[in-house]
Write a protein that binds this ligand. Structure first.
Ligand SMILES: C[C@H](O)CC(=O)SCCNC(=O)CCNC(=O)[C@H](O)C(C)(C)COP(=O)(O)OP(=O)(O)OC[C@H]1O[C@@H](n2cnc3c(N)ncnc32)[C@H](O)[C@@H]1OP(=O)(O)O
Length: 726
């Protein structure tokens, strides 16, 4: 069949209904010429005597994924928001809403953002089953800008509309029908027919001609509305304190409730244009595209390889990581054999997986009947008898090189020759892991982040020998289990743990320079991380800190900081959240409280470390504290870039957001560093390295970029990558 050209078409049937079809694959995004095309076709249909009513439809099974986000990217580059089209008043209010012929939206697949706004601007909406409906604009740092802040409350009521917009929550057609957003559900094959009839029924007055913006029946009283808005503002402050778009969205809604829809649309338009230029929108739009770019790996995803099916996976080790990985796999219908060394450990692993699945049921994220089906995909094993038909092995045992070497040489013997041999090691060189095998092309790192069934990042670690096919297969499995796979090179800590080892150490250094740990934690969480470094250490447990500190000290000698603090904390009976006592006190049902009795232990460690200049605590501003924790991370990230551990800077941005919960609205670690400026970061690190030693010494890459005025995110030319591992 010939490919339809990109654009908007109009077809008039014998019934007098004009179908306006949008064709802009893959998601029918509303690019500026598409919006112009919609307007032009509406005007043409209004003029034609043979047209009684209109239907708006999206080709290819998707109504529309919304306004073209590339335009935001363009505005961010140029700073010119005048290119944003006037859609809300011109197209949705004047042309469609108040148009002289009725229009019905026929929604299939998805209607998001501007796509849903277009549908809401019509006089009725017919949807195919399970279509995804939502206004996710806040996740891009803006608010709905085609009248959505006014249209949605008028269709579904204020509370539901606020919930959908503030939480950027999608609903299905079925939920939409219950809420009043959708007028009727029709199968995909009947969708256009039903929509045509509906449109004619309105034109011929058999059904009411409802102009959404004229409606007020769902808005409730002004007093009720004010109450709902007040509560929403408080909630927004808590969930998005550092972001402007949540309060702005409520401002636009409030304007429309108090002064009428037209006034609300004007306010929305003004706020939308301001927000597009915000740093928050720049960061979030960058992350949107960066995340999609991770799936493009040169010489891997562009050489015509097809992913092979992975139906059965063996997970070795049922500890915290192994059980999390197994949970993620069975939740996505992949059959899992969990192997342990004895029945006691095996039972423990299976119980942990059951608890993960039940936890999802109790948090209403999984239906009860689905839980049973999911758990039926899990089988325990104490030997290799189930391994002859596995498509992939994921080893998740303790970080012991010779144990891993022994296991991998066994896998080579018992698994079929196509089987992918993956390790979840977070530190050990993959070449060492596979040293005793002849299958190094099949050896790959599948580095999950804890808890593995929850955290979205999957680092896929490749060596020079890992085959492109194996990477394609693992990327596909990653996507099936709803992770974001990022392909990285082989080095101690890979991309995320490598770049972020100075995060904890920088905080420790500051503490030993005399800064209060609770002040550091508070400032880092004010910056936007979910918790500060000391609380994170409490959460991870001190065993992890002891183990990784040795590994990093040997791999990165000369730029690590060590102290006796962890040993002293353990000696004093503390083990963080595990035993309820760390830097904080943990009591069931209440938030962690800073524990003042930890301060004398810190004092003792400070004396032993003796890094305070003149033996006195340094005096630093709040801003310096954040910078002294995060600039060393930027510094190490520069080495990750220079060594080619990631293909591109934006991959590290995505990995920092998904693996370390670096705030997405700051665009990830490198994007944020570029907004701060390489030169500023370099000068400060240099100043601190002169005052406090080599921990802060700027890397060569940072120095060069700072001196030459090149952004850290600019691509490295092949000749300047010193030691590419990819
Ligand atoms: C004024 C208005 O109120 C403002 C707006 O409408 S802002 C836009 C609001 N819409 C959104 O936020 C939806 C964003 N898109 C998505 O969430 C997802 O892409 C989706 C659910 C539509 C589809 O997901 P999925 O099938 O996994 O495909 P996904 O890989 O994400 O996208 C496919 C391609 O479409 C592109 N795309 C998706 N939505 C787009 C959009 N609104 N504009 C431009 N490109 C878009 C993606 O960048 C990707 O491009 P690539 O293949 O070159 O990498």
């Amino acid at each position: 069949m010939a490919k339809r050209p990109v654009g908007v078409t109009l077809e008039v049937g014998n019934d007098g209904v004009a179908v306006i079809s949008i064709n802009n694959p893959p998601v029918n995004s509303l690019a500026i010429p598409i919006l112009a095309g919609i307007k032009e076709k509406f005007e043409e249909a209004f003029k034609r005597d043979d047209v009684k009513a209109l239907v708006v439809f999206g080709q290819g099974g998707k109504f529309s994924g919304g306004f073209d986000i590339n335009v935001f990217g363009h505005v961010h580059k140029t700073g010119d928001n005048s290119v944003l089209p006037d859609v809300s008043i011109d197209l949705l209010v004047n042309t469609i809403g108040d148009g002289k012929k009725p229009a019905v939206a026929a929604v299939e697949g998805l209607a998001l953002g501007g796509g849903l706004e277009l549908a809401m601007g019509c006089h009725a909406r017919i949807a195919a089953p399970r279509a995804q409906l939502g206004l996710p604009e806040l996740t891009l740092g803006v608010i709905p800008g085609f009248g959505g802040t006014q249209l949605l409350p008028r269709l579904v009521g204020l509370s539901k509309a606020i919930e959908i917009m503030l939480l950027s929550k999608s609903i299905t057609s079925e939920e939409g029908k219950k809420a009043g957003l959708i007028d009727e559900i029709a199968s995909s094959s009947e969708l256009l027919n039903v929509a045509r009839h509906w449109a004619l029924d309105i034109a011929e007055r058999r059904k009411p001609w409802l102009r959404t913006l004229h409606r007020t029946d769902k808005l409730g009283s002004l007093a009720e509305a004010r109450n709902i808005l007040k509560m929403a503002r408080q909630q927004a402050k808590q969930i998005a304190g550092n972001m402007p778009q949540h309060q702005a969205c409520l401002d636009a809604i409030e304007e429309g409730v108090v002064h009428g829809a037209y006034s609300g649309v004007l306010r929305e338009e003004k706020l939308f244009k301001e927000l597009v230029l915000s740093d928050t929108s720049k960061g979030l739009v960058h992350i949107f595209f960066a995340q999609r770019t991770t799936s493009k790996v040169p010489n891997v995803t562009d050489i015509g390889l097809k992913p092979r099916p992975v139906k059965k996976v063996a997970v070795i080790g049922g500890g915290l990581m192994g059980s999390g990985i197994a949970t993620a796999l069975i939740l996505s219908n992949i059959y899992v054999v969990l192997k342990e060394v004895n029945s006691e450990y095996l039972l423990k692993g299976i119980k942990a997986i059951e608890a993960n699945v039940r936890g999802l049921v109790s948090r209403k994220k999984l239906a009860e009947d689905k839980a049973e089906k999911t758990l039926s995909l899990l089988k325990g094993a104490l030997d290799y008898s189930e391994f002859k038909d596995v498509d992939m092995v994921i080893e998740a045992v303790v970080e012991n090189i010779s144990l891993k070497q022994k296991l991998f040489s066994e896998f080579e013997k018992v698994c079929p020759p196509h089987c992918i041999l993956a390790t979840n090691t977070s530190t050990i060189d993959l070449n060492l892991v596979g040293e005793r095998t002849k299958s190094q092309d099949r050896i790959v790192g599948a580095h999950f982040f804890s808890p593995a069934h929850v955290m979205p990042l999957l680092e896929i670690v490749r060596t020079e020998k890992t085959s492109a096919q194996v990477i394609v297969d693992l990327m596909t499995v990653g996507k099936i289990i709803k992770k974001v796979p990022v392909v990285v090179g082989n080095c101690t800590g890979f991309a995320v743990n490598r770049a972020f080892f100075p995060y904890n150490q920088g905080a420790q250094f500051l503490l030993h320079l005399g800064v209060d740990p609770f002040r550091i934690d508070q400032l880092i969480s004010d910056f936007g991380l979910p918790m500060g470094p000391f609380q994170l250490q409490d959460l991870a447990g001190y065993g992890v800190a002891v183990a990784v500190k040795k590994i990093f000290a040997s791999a990165f000698a000369g730029r690590t900081f060590d102290s006796s603090l962890i040993d002293l904390l353990i000696k004093s009976g503390r083990n963080g959240k595990n035993n309820g006592k760390g830097y904080y006190i943990y009591e069931k049902g209440s938030k962690p409280k800073p524990d003042p009795s930890v301060l004398p232990i810190i004092e003792e460690s400070r004396k032993l470390a003796n890094v305070m200049p003149g033996g006195k605590p340094i005096s630093v501003t709040d801003r310096e504290i954040v910078e002294m924790v995060l600039f060393p991370v930027v510094n190490e990230s520069c080495r990750v870039l220079e060594e080619g551990i990631v293909i591109r800077a934006s991959d590290l941005d995505v990995a920092s957001v998904l693996g370390m919960s670096f705030p997405s609205y700051r665009g990830g670690i490198i994007f944020w560093a570029d907004t701060v400026g390489a030169d500023y970061i370099y000068r400060n690190l240099k100043k601190w390295s002169e005052a406090y030693g080599s921990f802060y010494k700027p890397s060569r890459f940072l120095e060069e970029r700072a001196k030459r005025g090149i952004p850290l995110s600019a691509p490295i030319s092949t000749s300047s990558a010193t030691n590419s591992r990819l």
